[in-house]
Design a protein around this ligand. Structure first.
Ligand SMILES: NC(=O)c1ccc[n+]([C@@H]2O[C@H](COP(=O)([O-])OP(=O)(O)OC[C@H]3O[C@@H](n4cnc5c(N)ncnc54)[C@H](O)[C@@H]3O)[C@@H](O)[C@H]2O)c1
Ligand SMILES: [Zn+2]
Ligand SMILES: [Zn+2]
Length: 389
C-alpha cells in the first residue's frame, strides 16, 4: 500500500510499504477514506520529537471502512464506517475505566523509554514515535487498529467523511481545552493559536457558554476564521498581547487562557522566544514555551490555564511565582479522545457544529509531502489539509 513515511527532519515521502495484517484478536483493519495532517505532525516534521525511526508511517487523524476484524472485536463489522481516535486504549485498565484513555497503561509497548523521560508512560499513539509505541499511522491506504473494540466510533450515514474526521483528534482536543476552563456565564476566554486546534477551541468555548473569546495569532486568514467564529482577535506581531488583553478585560485579565500553540511558538513572539529557539537549536533546551509564559501572565487571579499545545521535555523560565501567588489552576492533557466521542458525535449530528469548516486543502496521499510544507509554512491560505487515499 501507499503511505507517508518519515525519513528524517523535513523529509517525508509517499512510498509503498507492506499492507497491515491482523496481529491480535482485538485488531481491525480499515481502508482509509480520509486522513489529515495535524499540528502535532509538524513537531515530527520539524525534528522536535525524539525516537522517530526511518520508515515510520505517520498520521493519527484517520477514518475509513472496516475491511477485516479480529475475533475479539464484537462491535464492528466489515463495511462499517468509523473514525479512529489518535489515542490507543485498552478500555480495561485503571485509567481507561476512569475515562483517562490517553493515560492507558497497557498500550505503549515501549513504556520504559517514556518512563525515563516522563516518570510514567502515557498511552500509545498512532504514528507518533517509538516513545509512544511505534505504531504505524493512518496517513496510508490501510491502518491496523489495535483494541478496535474500544477506539473506533461508527459514523451515521447522514454525515460526510469531512464532517466526522476531526472526531479523531482536533475537535475533542479543542473541546477539552474549553471544558478545562469550567466556563461560567459572562466569562472571557483567551486562546493562543488560531490553527485547527485553536479554531475548535474557539467554537467550543462558545458552545460551552463563553461570552467573549479573544483569539491570538498573526496569520491573517486564521485570524479571519477566528472572527467568523465570533472571536475578537489580537495579532501578536503588531500589538502587545498582554496590554491588549488587559485593555479588553478592564485590567483584570482573562478568566481562562488556552495554549493551543505548544512547543513551536513563532520566534517573533518576543525576546524569550528567540532565546528558546537558540537553546533548542543547540540542544540546550527541549521546548519553546513562550505562549505558556504569556498565557500565565495574562490570566486573571484564580483563573485557569488550559494547555493543549504539545510540549516534550523540560521547560525553562515558566513564571510559577505568578501562578502560585495568584492561585491559578493548570489543566492539560493529550486528549482522552474516547471519553469525548459519543457527546461530540451528538453535537455534530444535531448541527451544533460542523468541524469541516477548517478544511482549506483537499489532496491525495502523493501530494502529502508537499502539503506538509504548505501547512507548516502557512502558505497558500492553508489551515487544514485532508487527504483522500
Ligand atoms: N493535546 C492534544 O491532545 C493535542 C491534539 C492535537 C494537537 N495538539 C497540539 O496543539 C497545537 C496546535 O495544533 P494545530 O493543529 O492547531 O497547529 P498549527 O501549527 O496549525 O497552529 C499553531 C498556531 O499557533 C500560532 N502561533 C505561533 N506562535 C504564536 C504566538 N506566540 N501566539 C499566538 N499564536 C501563535 C501559529 O501562527 C499557528 O496558527 C500543537 O502543539 C499540536 O501538537 C495537541
Ligand atoms: Zn494531532
Ligand atoms: Zn487502558
Amino acid at each position: 500500500m501507499k503511505a507517508l513515511v518519515w525519513h528524517g527532519k523535513s523529509d517525508i515521502r509517499c512510498e509503498s510499504v507492506r499492507d497491515p495484517i491482523l496481529e491480535d484478536g482485538r485488531d481491525a483493519i480499515i481502508r482509509v477514506t480520509a486522513c489529515a495532517i495535524c499540528g502535532s505532525d509538524l513537531h515530527i516534521f520539524d525534528g522536535m520529537i525524539p525516537e522517530m525511526h526511518r520508515g515510520d508511517v505517520l498520521g493519527h487523524e484517520t477514518m475509513g471502512e472496516v475491511v477485516e476484524v479480529g475475533k475479539g472485536v464484537g462491535n464492528l463489522r466489515v463495511g462499517d464506517r468509523v473514525v479512529v481516535p489518535f489515542t490507543i486504549a485498552c478500555g480495561e485498565c485503571f485509567f481507561c475505566r476512569n475515562g483517562f484513555y490517553s493515560g492507558c497503561e497497557r498500550t505503549n509497548p515501549d513504556h520504559a523509554r517514556a518512563e525515563k523521560l516522563w516518570g510514567h508512560s502515557p498511552a500509545g499513539l498512532f504514528g507518533y514515535s517509538h516513545l509512544l509505541g511505534g505504531y504505524a499511522g493512518g496517513q496510508a491506504e490501510y491502518l491496523r487498529v489495535p483494541y478496535a473494540d474500544v477506539g473506533p466510533i461508527k459514523v451515521p450515514d447522514q454525515l460526510t467523511d469531512e464532517q466526522a474526521l476531526f472526531l479523531s483528534d482536533i475537535f475533542p482536543t479543542g473541546y477539552m481545552a474549553a471544558e478545562f476552563c469550567a466556563i461560567q456565564p459572562g466569562q472571557t476566554i483567551a486562546i493562543w493559536g488560531c490553527g485547527p486546534v485553536g479554531q475548535m477551541a474557539i467554537r467550543s468555548a462558545f458552545l460551552l457558554g463563553a461570552e467573549r473569546v479573544l483569539a491570538i495569532d498573526t496569520v491573517p486568514e486564521r485570524l479571519a476564521l477566528a472572527r467568523e467564529g465570533g472571536a475578537e482577535t489580537v495579532d501578536f506581531r503588531s500589538e502587545d498581547v498582554y496590554d491588549r488583553i488587559q485593555a479588553l478585560t478592564g485590567g483584570r485579565g482573562a478568566d481562562a487562557c488556552i495554549d493551543a500553540v505548544g512547543t513551536e511558538a513563532d520566534t517573533w513572539s518576543g525576546i524569550d522566544a528567540v532565546v528558546d529557539r537558540i537553546k533548542t537549536a543547540t540542544f540546550l533546551g527541549t521546548d519553546r514555551p513562550h505562549v505558556l509564559r504569556q498565557a500565565i501572565m495574562c490570566c486573571r487571579n484564580f483563573g485557569t490555564v488550559s494547555i493543549v499545545g504539545v510540549y516534550g521535555g523540560l521547560l525553562d523560565k515558566i513564571p510559577m511565582g505568578s501562578a502560585i501567588n495568584r492561585g491559578l489552576t493548570f489543566r492539560m492533557a493529550q486528549t482522552p479522545v474516547q471519553h469525548y466521542l459519543p457527546r461530540l458525535m451528538d453535537r455534530i449530528v444535531k448541527g451544533d457544529i460542523d468541524p469541516s469548516f477548517v478544511i482549506t486543502h483537499r489532496a491525495t496521499l502523493e501530494e502529502g509531502p508537499e502539503l506538509y510544507k504548505t501547512f507548516r509554512d502557512k502558505r497558500d491560505g492553508c489551515i487544514k489539509v485532508v487527504m483522500k487515499p
